[in-house]
Design a protein around this ligand. Structure first.
Ligand SMILES: [Cu+2]
Length: 504
């Protein structure tokens, strides 16, 4: 960055002012927030740091450090440790993440524009890889990467002045860069404007990322990174905060009605851009790309890979609001789904009521898929019982089959056949595996009623999930009983689909 002489002189003037006064400098920039001009970064230099150095408060997602109520530039010390560790990526699925601060995304950092940040990057002694950090809020080569290459058990230090305000991504930039990012090495740093941000009731930290595992979506066990899928940009998971369910069930974000919510939404990538949307809300204000200009009344905002946005809205009526990447298969089939639960009195003049229900959310509305994990672990240990399969199948049925066949298995007259006491099912239970994996079309008769409709293949389900669901179905609602195995389902999947009418 080249600086005109006049700016250097201006900076010197501020310096002189600071030197002969023990009060914080009356910086013109503190009164007038930097406008969107080409010299905004130079206006962010409010002179040397003042007062005692401050240790930055870092937070884990979805939490955000408290606002900074300071009217002078300070020296802020940030200590961040890289930790490589195995954590769940989905129910019963784990992954070896590389993290900044032990979480994905990494710890949230908050400083004030003009602060001098003394950055300490540590790499845990039990790490296998060297790492570094590129902060998009840094003016300087590599955004800090050039000065922060850190071997396991070592620490690096560099210092930068936060010249530009905004919400910035940071990430690891050690080769192969894509792999380090894909393993979760990213987070956000907020550089507050000198006058601070407008107060709100809640601030939350949400960051999207795409993940590449050798196994399929929800395939159980420890899943290794798949470089080929990553190069092809075919993610197995697209997630908010590094884990399917990081923001659902007991982990949902919360607010009350008639409050203001600010989301700092980042996208670590490494590959996808995010069409960030909250089902049932309209963003009153968005600062796209983390920039200074605000956009209002926005439905969906595009967040580039390696970018971030600030999103604000007011809560009017209670219910579950669903955070999604509106590239919607990512939300329902790759995990990019979170919930903001808003409690408070109804306002029927704005909305008549009723929650976003399980039809919209599928099994994600089910806060607890524990039984699914228990069954997967038991299968791995070779001790899977029928009871464990039934318990797991019941939870999966709720999100998958109940939409059409209903939670009680009764179906819907003339549209969806019953699974409860179904003579069609009882006549050939094995055929059900083929129906679920391949779908079913054409005329069938169930309990004396004709159906001529289409069931799409439930190809999002794994073999063990199908086995558990059908074991639940065949042992429920006066059906004849029995058991299905993962291996049987694999065989049925490999064969040709079912025939509604026996062939003659
Ligand atoms: Cu790294």
């Amino acid at each position: 960055m080249s600086r005109p002489l006049s700016t250097v002189l201006a900076a010197l003037a501020v310096f002189a002012l600071a030197a002969c006064s023990d009060k914080p400098p009356a910086s013109p920039a503190a009164a007038t927030p930097p406008a969107s001009t080409s010299v905004a970064s130079q206006r962010g230099d409010f002179g040397p740091p003042q007062g005692e150095p401050i240790h930055a408060v870092l937070t884990s997602p979805p939490h955000v450090p408290p606002p900074i109520h300071r009217n002078y530039p300070a020296k802020v010390i940030v200590e961040l440790e890289v930790v490589e560790k195995e954590m769940p990526i989905s129910e019963g699925v784990s992954y070896t993440f590389w993290t900044f601060g032990g979480t994905v995304p990494g710890s949230f950092i908050r400083v004030r524009q003009g602060d001098t940040v003394e950055f300490h990057l540590k790499n845990a002694p039990d790490s296998k890889m060297p790492h570094n950090i590129d902060l998009h809020g840094v003016t300087g080569p590599g955004g800090g990467a050039a000065s922060s290459f850190t071997a396991p058990g070592h620490e690096s230090q560099f210092t930068f002045k936060a010249l530009n305000q905004g919400i910035f991504v940071y990430h690891c930039a050690t080769a192969p860069v894509g792999m380090h990012i894909a393993n979760g090495m990213y987070g956000l740093i907020l550089v507050e404007p000198p006058e601070g941000l407008a107060p709100v009731d809640h601030e939350y930290y949400v960051m999207q990322g795409d993940f590449y595992t050798t196994g399929k979506y929800r395939q159980k066990g420890l899943q290794p990174f798949d470089m080929e899928k990553a190069i092809d940009e075919h993610p197995t998971y697209v997630l908010f905060n590094g884990r399917e369910g990081a923001l659902t069930g007991d982990n949902a974000l919360t607010a009350k009605t008639n409050e203001t919510v600010r989301l700092f939404v980042g996208n670590g990538g490494p590959n996808l851009v995010s069409s960030f949307h909250v089902i049932g809300e309209i963003f009153d204000k968005v600062q796209p790309e983390g920039g200074t200009i605000a956009q209002h009344n926005v439905q969906t905002t595009l967040i580039p890979s390696g970018g971030a946005a600030t999103v604000e809205f007011h809560t009017d009526v209670p219910g579950s609001y669903v955070l999604v990447d509106h590239s919607i298969f990512r939300a329902f089939n790759k995990g990019a789904l979170g919930i903001l639960k808003v409690d408070g009195p109804e306002d029927k003049s704005i909305y008549s009521g009723k929650e976003v229900d399980s039809v919209y959310l599928g099994d994600r509305s089910e806060p607890n898929l524990k039984a699914v994990t228990v069954a997967a672990q038991a299968h791995a240990a070779g001790t899977l019982t029928k009871e464990e399969q039934i318990a797991a199948g019941k939870q999966l049925f709720t999100g998958t089959c109940s939409v059409c066949h209903q939670a009680n298995g009764e179906g819907l007259a003339n549209v969806f056949p019953p699974l409860a006491k179904s003579d069609f099912l009882a006549a050939d239970p094995k055929r059900a595996m083929s129906i679920v994996t391949h779908g079913l079309t054409g005329k069938i008769t169930v309990n004396g009623h004709e159906y001529d409709s289409v069931m799409p293949p439930m190809s999002q389900l794994n073999d063990d999930e199908v086995a558990n669901i059908l074991t639940y179905v065949i042992n429920s609602w006066d059906n004849p009983g029995g058991q299905f195995s993962k291996e049987d389902v694999a065989k049925a999947r490999a064969e040709a689909g079912p025939h509604a009418e026996p062939e003659h």
